[in-house]
Each structure stands twice: as C-alpha cells, then as structure tokens.
Ligand binder design. Structure first.
Ligand code: IMP
Ligand code: MG
Length: 179
C-alpha cells in the first residue's frame, strides 16, 4: 500500500480523490433536489470543512448563502469538563433553511451541541451535511440526512482534515496505519 508520513505517524490512502468527488456530487444533487425553490443558508464549520465546502458549494445550483462558523472547545473551570462555543455566526437564521457543512462526525458530540445551539435560534429547518461519518464511534442521537462516506474508526487526514494542522492539503483521504 502507498503510505505517507506526517510527523510521527504513517497514513495510507483510504478514499481516492475521484471517489470523494463522485460522492460530493451525489450529495450536492440530493440537496439541489430537496431544496428546489428554497434559498438555504450553508453554515460551514471551520477549519476542517473548507475543502469539502469548496467542492460541494460549487455543485449547488440553488440561490444559496454561505457563511463560516467555528466551534471552539475549551476546558471549563467547572466539573462539567469540556464546553463548546459556536463562534462567528453574525447573521440571523430565524425562519431560514439551514444546512450545516462539517468535515467529520465522530462521536457526534460536537454536532449535537452545534445543532442544539442553532435550533434555539428558530431556523425554518436544520440539516447536517458531512463529508465523513464514523458510525462505530457515534455516541449521541443524531439524524444525518447528507453524508458522503462512512469510514471505519481509524484517524483520518486529507481533503481538509488535519493531524496537528498538517495534511489538510492532501487531495485524497488517508487513514492512520497502526504500526
Ligand atoms: P466529534 O465531536 O467526536 O464528533 O468530533 C468532532 C471533531 O473532531 C470533528 O469536527 C473533527 O474536527 C475532529 N475529528 C474527529 N475525528 C477526526 C479524524 O479522524 N481526523 C481529523 N479530525 C477529526
Ligand atoms: Mg471539524
């Protein structure tokens, strides 16, 4: 297998670029058809979703609005542990059809929290569109209407996803090879 080295870890190709783009096209077609006649607002979760969003949105033929948000996680001082904050949402989503564009849903905890935060702002509808899902790791109840690929639990880099900020520029998706 063709492998690459990033820092201390070895990765092998998991999904080649052509397969990724085929799935991105499929999902874009589904959204174009499901939202026909609507003007959805796409909320792209930085940083990881930037490559996916660039390819997906150029295949969207709807009158679409595109915005970028971040989910910051920091250690709270209380015993509750990790707290996630949604940053950068500088417009109203009330009454709008919202599609969240994410790189990967792993445990689903980040997405669950993001959806709860956005739902409180009374959108007309709220849907998840993710490049990848790791079904084995999903720990919360989550409806994911739009996903490109399901992958095994191994750590992923490439096509926007990083290992310690490296690997985002890789055209294919790579998975960690256990040594
Ligand atoms: P979750 O809350 O466990 O679903 O994970 C949320 C975030 O962790 C994702 O949005 C990614 O930014 C990051 N993440 C999860 N798995 C991977 C991976 O395999 N590679 C790179 N980032 C990941
Ligand atoms: Mg992410």
């Amino acid at each position: 297998m063709h492998t690459i080295q990033i820092k201390d870890k070895t990765f092998g190709v998991s999904v080649p670029e052509a397969d990724i783009l085929a799935q991105v096209g499929r999902v874009a077609d589904e959204i174009n058809s499901d939202y026909a006649g609507q003007k959805p607002i796409f909320l792209v979760v930085l940083n990881g979703a930037y490559v996916f969003a660039a390819d997906l949105l150029r295949r969207i033929t709807l009158d679409a609005e595109l915005r970028f948000i971040r989910v910051s996680s920091y250690q709270g001082t209380a015993t509750t542990g990790q707290v996630n904050q949604v940053l950068g949402l500088d417009c109203s989503i009330e009454g709008r059809h919202v599609i969240v564009v994410e790189d990967i849903v792993d445990s689903g905890i980040t997405m669950r929290h993001l959806l709860d935060t956005l739902q409180a702002k009374h959108p007309a509808s709220l849907a998840v569109c993710t490049l990848l899902v790791k079904p084995e790791n999903l720990r919360v109840q989550l409806d994911i209407p739009y996903w490109c690929m399901k992958v095994p639990a191994a750590f992923i880099v490439g096509y926007g996803l990083d290992y310690d900020q490296m690997g985002r520029n890789l055209r294919d998706i790579y998975a960690l090879v256990e040594s």
